[in-house]
Write a protein that binds this ligand. Structure first.
Ligand code: IPE
Ligand code: IPE
Ligand code: MG
Length: 243
């Protein structure tokens, strides 16, 4: 296996957590006169390449925006194809994830997914639960605003039940009521296909994340593109409001 060439950043300045808005499957397909679903199918291949590359670089958490709250608005056939692809991905890749020490997790309003999806997701999460390598977090039926609303409801419930004193609520306490309570905030956000927006992704968690936007379409994104993003991250100076 060849060592990734990251110049001076190798090993020292690798983000602990990368989040990716995997965009551009439709455009990739349109450019080739193929159906959008073919773009999604090829996009699933990129997932495998990127998980492997992240593992090699020493990234600890990788969150992938796979299906947003808003994506339910797409034509039913496309939604159906995406759900089918998700089930297929989980069915065929879980064994590989176990072998490669990948721990799978999911965030979002998962109960909104079709039952078969939920069941397969549950099985894959269980089967990889003991793995100690990279944590792959799939954002499914995920919306940042929905997550914050769910977090507020959860906080209110804790207060009403007497588990939490209202005066104790601060940023850290609130973070513990989000879907992402077990993970650190992303250090690097990548968005493929050039769109300059968040599309309701991780609104709370990205407050100090470094952004990297590339015109490369998601099905064309691979190890080389990931390394370029990580190298660019290594050149950034994070100040967190300080000097
Ligand atoms: C991203 O690709 C995949 C999902 C949102 C599920 P798109 O399907 O959004 O591709 P474009 O933006 O139409 O090219
Ligand atoms: C964001 O992409 C959602 C995912 C990548 C899953 P979209 O293609 O849905 O975003 P918009 O509609 O262009 O903002
Ligand atoms: Mg899109």
């Amino acid at each position: 296996m060849t060592e990734p060439n990251l110049g001076s950043t190798a090993g020292e300045n690798v983000p602990q957590h990368i989040a990716i808005i995997m965009d551009g499957n439709g455009r990739w397909a349109r450019e080739r006169g193929l159906p959008r679903t073919e773009g999604h199918r090829r996009g699933a291949d990129s997932v495998r390449r990127v998980v492997d590359a992240c593992g090699r670089l020493g990234v600890k958490y990788l969150t992938l925006y796979a299906f947003s709250s808003e994506n339910w608005k797409r034509p039913p056939e496309e939604v159906k194809a995406l759900m089918k692809l998700l089930i297929q991905f989980l069915k065929t890749k879980t064994k590989e994830m176990v072998e490669r020490n990948v721990r799978l997790q999911a965030i979002g309003r998962l109960h909104a997914l079709p039952p078969e999806c939920q069941e397969q997701l549950h099985r894959s999460v269980e089967q990889t639960a003991g793995n100690t390598g990279i944590t792959l977090i799939l954002a499914l039926s995920y919306g940042g605003r929905e997550e914050i609303v769910d977090g507020v409801k959860s906080l209110i419930e804790s207060v009403e039940k007497g588990h939490l004193d209202r005066a104790m609520i601060d940023n850290d306490v609130f973070s513990k009521h989000l879907y992402t309570r077990y993970y650190p905030d992303p250090d690097l956000l990548i968005r493929t296909s050039g769109e300059l927006r968040l599309s309701n992704f991780l609104l709370w968690q990205l407050s100090y994340t470094e952004f990297y936007i590339t015109d490369v379409l998601w099905p064309d994104f691979g190890e080389k593109e990931l390394e370029a993003a990580v190298a660019e991250y290594g050149r950034r100076q994070r100040r967190f409001g300080g000097v």
